[in-house]
Design a protein around this ligand. Structure first.
Ligand SMILES: Cc1cc2nc3c(=O)[nH]c(=O)nc-3n(C[C@H](O)[C@H](O)[C@H](O)COP(=O)(O)OP(=O)(O)OC[C@H]3O[C@@H](n4cnc5c(N)ncnc54)[C@H](O)[C@@H]3O)c2cc1C
Length: 365
């Protein structure tokens, strides 16, 4: 009989996890509390299919992105589109890294790019620029694709309120499963790492003529990135996008939901000032459309680690999402855990270190 698996969350991770396990013959059920898929961070972000160029300070994230990008293109060829001119620029005065070092890091990571001498964006004050092949995620198409392909296993508008381990089962909202996979990006807690919740604000802008994607790296910088709509762009800023730092999901949601028009106006002014340092005619070219609000779950640390982790406690697996390109890594980790067996840490390959230390100490005496 097929193993029964419950997945909590209908973001990119839950959808891809559910679809992959269903394809492998598992009896999967996905629970999403909203009435539509990709309603939280997965549908409210910068929509960038990363290749790794964002992460000069984290090797693991670059490698996961580089590989994830290729796999995404194979698995979901119709869920992203190319960007005609996608520029990563290192500003001369504000970057934490100089351009030759940045270029060297990307070369050493096996990322393909072309060095740019001139650009059609009118960028100023840069030490150097790379042209990359990163793409834009097509979010509405992804919603439709997953909804269609997960027909029969999807429970929209269904919040998971109770999870209990009972014998060889995990009981989810009163229903027994063999395994539970938590794809809520830590919103049910239970991540065994130091992390925090960060509500965020990005700004949507309209531009009548095609404009390149422009990302300033590395450090407290900003970017303009296209969306699935050819005339709409997001403006994001490392110092101005965060709306606070919280220990609980409830506090982060309250802060996100309390954002006023005044806060939006202040963020607009600050983010437009920042981008205008490099694109002096930004305000002439772009018209503000509205804010985009979301919540990030971030590990504590300054290296910008955005790699994906999967943790296991008995029959419950918790996914700490990286970027969207790392969905494949999450599925592989879950499968290898399932293949390894059903036990808890203690009963399954628990640490023998104490016994070894005791034996060694005994042997020396
Ligand atoms: C501002 C911003 C910009 C970003 N830019 C990019 C980018 O350009 N490229 C990129 O790759 N990544 C980007 N990211 C990161 C990316 O959005 C996340 O890595 C990804 O969306 C996480 O997906 P997820 O499925 O793990 O989580 P989510 O999309 O948050 O999905 C979790 C789901 O779980 C559901 N849920 C929670 N609790 C329960 C419950 N008890 N019962 C039922 N359902 C529940 C929620 O409703 C939600 O739908 C960005 C994130 C933010 C916030």
């Amino acid at each position: 009989m097929a193993l029964r698996v419950a997945v909590i969350g209908g973001g990119w991770y839950g959808c891809h996890m559910g679809l992959s396990l269903k394809g492998l013959g598992f009896d999967v059920q996905i629970f999403e509390r909203h009435d539509r898929l990709l309603n939280e961070a997965s549908g409210n972000n910068q929509f960038r299919l990363h290749l790794g160029f964002h992460y000069a300070r984290h090797h693991g994230t670059r490698l996961q992105s580089r590989d994830g990008f290729m796999r995404f293109m194979e698995r979901y060829p119709n869920l992203s589109r190319e960007v005609a001119e996608n520029i990563y620029a290192v500003p001369r005065e504000d970057s934490l890294i100089d351009f030759p070092t940045y270029r060297l890091v990307m070369t050493a990571s096996g990322l393909e790019f072309r060095e740019l001498r001139e650009n059609s964006a009118g960028l100023r004050g840069v030490d150097g620029m790379l042209l990359t092949g990163e793409r834009v995620l097509l979010i509405e198409r992804a919603r439709q694709y997953f909804k269609q392909n997960l027909d029969g296993v999807l429970h929209l508008g269904t919040e998971v309120e109770s999870v209990e381990s009972v014998g060889a089962h995990v009981v989810v909202n009163g229903e027994p499963f063999d395994y539970l996979i938590d794809c809520t990006w830590g919103h049910r807690g239970g991540l065994p790492i130091r992390f925090f919740y960060e509500p965020t604000i990005l700004l949507y802008y309209e531009c009548d003529v095609p404009f390149p994607a422009v990302t300033m790296v590395d450090g407290p910088l900003c970017s303009v990135y296209p969306t699935e709509d050819p005339n709409i762009y997001t403006l994001s800023s490392v110092p101005h996008t965060p709306l606070g730092r919280f220990d609980s999901s409830a506090e982060a949601r309250a802060a996100r939901d309390a954002v006023t028009g005044h806060v939006v106006a202040e963020k607009c002014a600050a983010m437009e000032d920042q981008i205008s340092r490099y694109l002096p005619d930004f305000r002439d070219r772009f018209r503000f459309l509205g804010p985009q609000l979301a919540i990030k779950t971030k590990p504590v640390g300054k290296f910008d680690d955005r790699s994906c982790y999967v943790f296991r406690r008995g029959r419950v697996f918790t996914v700490m999402s990286g970027k969207i390109d790392t969905i494949f890594f999450a599925v592989e980790r879950v499968l290898s855990f399932i293949e390894a067996g059903a036990g808890d840490y203690s009963e399954f390959g628990g640490s023998l270190l104490r016994q070894e230390i005791a034996a060694a100490a005994g042997g020396e005496r």
